[in-house]
Design a protein around this ligand. Structure first.
Ligand code: NI
Length: 268
């Protein structure tokens, strides 16, 4: 299986990322893709990709950090330079986030949109697919993508850690995006602010449009919820998808792996 979105580039893995990578390998995870959320974490994702054969990087600025990036007028230049490094396979996680965080509330939506738009243009310039972050902003994300359809690749990318209404899911699929599901799909009940369960959305999404991820260190699947998440647990996400779709686990592994290579053509 492939973990197409995690953050071994974050502090919580600083001390033991080598063991974490080994455990994932032993569990049958063939590729691990670390994703940047700022310039420094993007650089670190690339550094890890250079250090380990099976690791790759997706680089970008998360909407939640749009207010910090504003302080530097060279961020886009810096990001372009990082994105040109070997083993960078996409631009992400980029998008919109209207969730109010304890640390800095909701970053000015106009600023988020500007940072998102500039990165869509960068991805277009570099022929890289997008990895989209959306939290409580599905309609605006879809609207922005539709308005920039001419900038999207044939297979435009994926929505990471999908959450949102069925309309947003349908629009994302119509635009050609693949859909990433994580360990939170194993949780019972609805997440706050959501109207439809992730399992229902897994059931709706064709298997040939699903990709698997962990978002480690967050969103740890059952039965490990409460502990730090790690890429080895992407297997549990695959098992949950197999259960929901009533398909053999091996078929889910084979198809979702194939899907990742379809979206991210630079992955080897
Ligand atoms: Ni993430």
């Amino acid at each position: 299986m492939i973990d197409i979105h995690c953050h071994l580039n974050f502090h919580s893995f600083e001390k033991d990322y080598e063991q974490v990578i080994k455990r994932a390998h032993n569990a049958g995870v063939t590729r691990i893709i670390n994703v940047g959320t700022k310039i420094d974490s993007s650089e670190w994702a690339v550094k890890l990709a250079h250090e380990f054969d099976n690791l790759y990087a997706i680089v970008g600025v998360h909407p939640h950090h749009a207010d910090k990036i504003e302080l530097s007028n060279t961020w886009l230049e810096e990001l372009r330079k990082i994105a040109l490094e070997k083993k960078v396979i996409g631009i992400g996680e980029i998008g919109l986030d209207y969730f109010s965080y304890k640390s800095n509330g909701i970053v000015d939506p106009a600023l988020q949109k500007e940072i998102f738009s500039l990165q869509i243009e960068l991805a277009h310039e570099l022929n890289l697919p997008l990895q989209i972050h959306n939290r409580h902003a599905g309609e605006d994300v879809i609207k922005m993508l539709k308005e920039r359809k001419n900038l999207l690749q044939n297979i435009p990318g994926m929505f990471h850690c999908f959450a949102g209404t069925m309309d947003v899911l349908k629009d994302a699929l119509d635009l050609g995006f693949y859909i990433g599901f994580d360990g939170n799909s194993t949780y019972k009940g609805l997440a706050p602010g959501e109207s439809v369960s992730l399992s229902e959305q897994i059931a709706y999404t064709p298997l040939d449009r699903i990709v698997t991820e962990t978002d480690s260190p967050y969103l740890t699947p059952l039965p490990h919820r409460g502990q730090r998440n790690e890429p080895a647990y992407v297997i549990l996400v695959g098992q949950h998808i197999a259960l929901v779709k009533n398909k053999p686990f091996e078929q889910v592994v084979e198809q979702t792996t194939k899907n990742v290579y379809t979206v991210f053509s630079r992955l080897q």
